[in-house]
Design a protein around this ligand. Structure first.
Ligand SMILES: C[S@@+](CC[C@H](N)C(=O)[O-])C[C@H]1O[C@@H](n2cnc3c(N)ncnc32)[C@H](O)[C@@H]1O
Length: 204
């Protein structure tokens, strides 16, 4: 009941809260997404912020556990081939929809910070990707500056509450590599938080 209400409020204010941050990463999203083809998975698609960057040829599975977030994304589908799935990424039911070696790309933007079991999600990504498929990530990670990293650790328990489970102090870039993904392109920049942008493959 409280979770339901919280999700409604979070979804209502999410886009306005993110406006200035989004303006700064819009070109990054565009460049990462507009050349994709085939079948792709948009993990934790939220309010559908990535949808406008997909071209008309691509088939997108947009997986999002929050119904209010998913509902906000519906108008952004327009005439694109985007199928919404109201499940969390590690839900076993997803394996009957997404077959092994079936995806050309997986998009994970600002979501590995929140997923409760990112290790399992990355294992699933490897199963679903075709051998030449790619994982595209845009994520905020723990600061590499000592003082800032300590502050992020202190603030994290409160941030998690207001941010629907979002963590400020994950080393997602390291985790992805530990799980066997190979970075083809990667960069780091700071927008208040340390941001990691990368494209990975599963084989050299
Ligand atoms: C910060 S928002 C980012 C939304 C979108 N990917 C973007 O780039 O703006 C994080 C999203 O991840 C979703 N999420 C949280 N836990 C998840 C999970 N276990 N599986 C899939 N999505 C999840 C949340 O509901 C939320 O919509």
């Amino acid at each position: 009941m409280i979770k339901k209400l919280y999700r409604k409020i979070f979804a209502k204010f999410y886009d306005s809260f993110m406006t200035s941050f989004e303006a700064k990463i819009e070109d990054d999203r565009k460049n990462m997404l507009n050349k994709l083809n085939g079948v792709v998975l948009d993990v934790g698609s939220g309010t559908g912020i990535n949808f406008k960057f997909f071209n008309d040829q691509v088939k997108v599975f947009a997986v999002e556990p929050s119904k209010p977030m998913l509902n906000k994304s519906i108008p952004k589908i327009e005439n694109k081939n985007i199928e919404l799935i109201n499940l969390e990424i590690n839900n076993k039911k997803l394996h009957s929809i997404l077959k092994e070696n079936s995806l050309d790309a997986i998009i994970s933007t600002l979501v590995l910070c929140t997923i409760p079991n990112p290790e399992l999600a990355l294992e699933n990504f490897k199963k679903w990707l075709k051998p030449n498929g790619k994982l595209i990530v845009l994520e905020h990670i723990h600061s590499d500056k000592k003082i800032k990293a300590i502050v992020e650790n202190i603030v994290n328990p409160f941030w998690k509450i207001i941010g629907d489970g979002c963590n400020l102090n994950r080393h997602t870039d390291e985790l992805i590599k530990e799980k066997g993904f190979i970075a083809k392109e990667e960069s780091y920049f700071t927008l208040g938080m340390r941001i990691h942008k990368a494209e990975y493959s599963i084989k050299i």
